[in-house]
Design a protein around this ligand. Structure first.
Ligand code: AMP
Ligand code: MN
Ligand code: MN
Ligand code: MN
Length: 274
């Protein structure tokens, strides 16, 4: 089954407008599709809330940045009610935090001799949810970095921005916002945190205890061994298995949204409930 439960539009740090992104998903015959922008539901103001677009089923989605023991983890939320009062109030807070962090990143870059980065990133983000990729693209456009990768390594990754306090929702809060509005919370890309197996299990224990329901077993491009390992971990915690591309734009490894995940045997897919 072709699906994509993890994609980004220009409402956050993706390159395509929500309409363009949806059009690509429809053109690729994606059967189950969600736009999971960082800390915003604005894409759905553009594409609407209809549960079906042609033959494609649309699932309400979002990706929240959250704090777990001083580390940033990403929590995906799906299938919440559209009024979603708790989630929407939380998202407003998260975007205020993004704004404050972006300002701090701009100040930090200014002290290092790079002027105008906040304004540049703000312009690239439009009215959307601002993030480090907007800074990275601005730094590349102005010649301060040769590539987005270099911009992250040199200026923007967690170590480079260590001086900037990131006051995201706690893991428990993020899960609570999603769950209280009837949604399912899913731990995004568990392999991307560079946690040891022990630490990942501590995270999943806390996540499950907080009401988390699933984890991504297939995310983006990953070797089959990684999928098997994540599948074992998923089964061990009794979580539902999810899958997505984490598509941000046509320039990335996945030129279009949509994947056909092969889940390890014995797992219950998140989408079985839909
Ligand atoms: P933020 O949400 O502002 O903390 O930015 C995180 C986003 O930056 C992720 O969702 C990715 O899209 C992107 N990202 C993180 N690390 C890198 C990297 N090394 N190179 C390119 N993009 C990155
Ligand atoms: Mn992103
Ligand atoms: Mn993420
Ligand atoms: Mn993502």
């Amino acid at each position: 089954m072709k699906l994509d439960l993890h994609t980004h539009s220009a409402a956050s740090d993706g390159l395509l407008t929500p309409r363009e992104l949806l059009a690509q998903a429809l053109a690729a015959d994606v059967e189950l599709f969600s736009i999971t922008d960082h800390d915003t539901l604005a894409a759905y103001d553009e594409i609407g809330r209809a549960p079906m677009q042609g033959r494609t089923r649309i699932i309400a989605g979002v990706e929240l940045s959250a704090d777990w023991r001083g580390r940033v983890v990403h929590i995906l939320g799906y299938g919440f009610s559209w009024d979603a009062p708790a989630l929407r109030a939380g998202l407003t807070l998260q975007r205020e935090r993004r704004e404050a962090r972006a300002w701090a990143i701009g100040e930090r870059l200014r002290k290092k001799g790079i002027e105008g980065a906040f304004d540049g990133a703000r312009t690239l983000a439009g009215g959307g949810s601002i993030g480090r990729p907007h800074f990275a693209r601005h730094l590349v456009a102005t010649g301060a970095a040769r590539s987005v990768d270099e911009a992250f390594t040199r200026w923007l990754n967690d170590r480079a921005t260590a001086g900037i306090a990131q006051q995201w929702a706690t893991l428990a809060e993020a899960v609570e916002w999603i769950a209280s509005d009837g949604g399912s919370a899913v731990l995004a890309h568990p392999a991307k945190y560079s946690f040891t197996q022990t630490r990942l299990r501590e995270l999943l224990a806390d996540f499950a205890a907080a009401g988390g329901q699933g984890m991504e077993v297939v995310c983006g491009r990953q070797p089959p061994e990684a999928t098997l390992e994540l599948g074992r971990t998923c089964a061990r915690f009794g979580l539902l298995a999810s899958a997505g591309s984490d598509f941000h734009g046509p320039e990335s490894w996945a030129p279009a949204p949509g994947i056909t995940p092969v889940l390890p045997a014995g797992l219950t897919p998140l989408w079985a409930q839909w």
